[in-house]
Write a protein that binds this ligand. Structure first.
Ligand code: ZN
Length: 375
């Protein structure tokens, strides 16, 4: 039993959070033998990043002027890593996410499932590993790491995509896929369901977005990367207008920050610029509960009794009255405000310091990798 004591719980007010067996057992007034003081801190659900290629962590910032096509043709083919390099890259990416308060990530696999899953487990993050359809049947779900089928999506090969979805369904797993071409979603109309998770969707028509929303499909928008690399205009507002609940993803840190604050803020800025009515605080749902649901993990992303105890304590915002908190966090918070992070009830960052990992050492371990890939 752990009690997070006296924090300002978003949506509740000042309260204690009781954690038992990795789950939230109560929100109210508690005392216990093990207490974590949250006085002056805001208590939030951990962030859920529904689309990231963790393997690219060593190349952080290297793609500031790269288009998607240049990345796919010139950089990605050179990202050939040894097992040790791959393990170190994924571990760095996952720890970087934890440091930013991201407690769940959907990691788009790089094709070496065993090594990548090992690295995810070592990190302590909760993850959905996007596995190749060809080896996903070997996945043995363990601890905090589960699997989804990562399909190349309908644009590359419609037949392969349909086969991937049926493989996933036969194993009871979700399918996650990039969707780039207009008409791709319409072609999949008969197959749509809540177990399908799409990413980007910039070229989707409004009708297609309505199809996704009414079928309960997840849709992840990655506003900074889409803006930087030429994917097209992010569909966040259009998906909301279509009745959908968008999720948010970092995608790649080659030209985006590793936290969800930037994703929320970029979506908000873009929609405000084009006059789409959006309350700032609503973005917080996309980065937590709506993201969790989009990737089939409804047991995280909110602070309620029975939910897994994935929790972030933020400093610097407890002066705000309850109704201004969500918008305040969306508009002004950053990684340096991430004070403490718990995953499944375990403290992974405390007082601003990672408990089990050291980011500078993890970065040093992959220092030569970006140079090698980008040379
Ligand atoms: Zn992607």
């Amino acid at each position: 039993m752990l009690v997070i004591k006296g924090g300002h719980v978003v949506g509740v007010g000042v309260a204690d959070v009781l954690i038992s067996d990795g789950a939230i057992a109560g929100i109210g007034s508690f005392s216990g033998s093990s207490e974590l003081s949250a006085h002056g801190l805001v208590v939030l659900p951990g962030f859920v990043d529904t689309h990231r290629h963790l393997v690219q962590a060593p190349m952080r910032g290297s793609g500031a002027d790269l288009s998607l096509s240049a990345f796919l043709s010139d950089v990605l083919p050179r990202l050939v890593l040894s097992s040790d390099e791959l393990r170190a890259a994924v571990l760095l990416g996952a720890v970087e996410a934890l440091n930013a308060g991201v407690t769940t990530v959907l990691d788009w696999g790089h094709g070496s499932m065993d090594v990548e899953v090992e690295a995810l487990q070592e990190s302590g993050i909760r993850a959905v590993y996007g596995a190749s359809p060809s080896d996903v049947d070997r996945f043995a779900g363990t601890g905090l790491v589960s699997a989804a089928v990562a399909s190349f999506g309908p644009a590359l090969s419609f037949e392969d995509n349909v086969r991937d979805i049926s493989v996933a369904r036969s194993l009871g797993l979700s399918t996650t896929m990039h969707v780039t071409e207009p008409g791709s979603v319409a072609r999949l109309a008969d197959l749509l369901g809540p177990d399908l998770h799409f990413v980007h969707g910039n070229a989707c028509t409004d009708d297609e977005l309505r199809l996704l929303a009414s079928a309960g499909c997840g849709l992840t928008v990655t506003p900074p990367v889409e803006s930087m690399m030429g994917h097209g205009s992010p569909v966040y507002g259009r998906f909301v207008a279509a009745g959908g609940k968008p999720a948010l993803g970092v995608d790649v840190v080659i030209n985006s920050s590793s936290d969800m604050f930037e994703q929320m803020r970029a979506a908000l800025w873009l929609e405000r610029l084009r006059g789409f009515p959006l309350s700032a605080g609503s973005l917080l749902r996309s980065a937590t509960i709506d993201g969790a649901r989009a990737i089939g993990l409804p047991s995280v992303g909110s602070l309620e009794v029975g939910q897994r105890a994935d929790i972030v304590l933020l400093s610097g915002f407890s002066h705000l009255p309850e109704e201004l908190l969500p918008g305040g966090i969306v508009s002004a918070a950053g990684i340096t405000d991430v004070h403490t992070v718990l995953v499944d009830g375990h403290i992974v960052k405390r007082d601003g310091v990672l408990v089990h990992h050291d980011l500078p050492s993890l970065r040093a371990a992959v220092h030569g990798l970006a140079r090698k890939v980008l040379a």
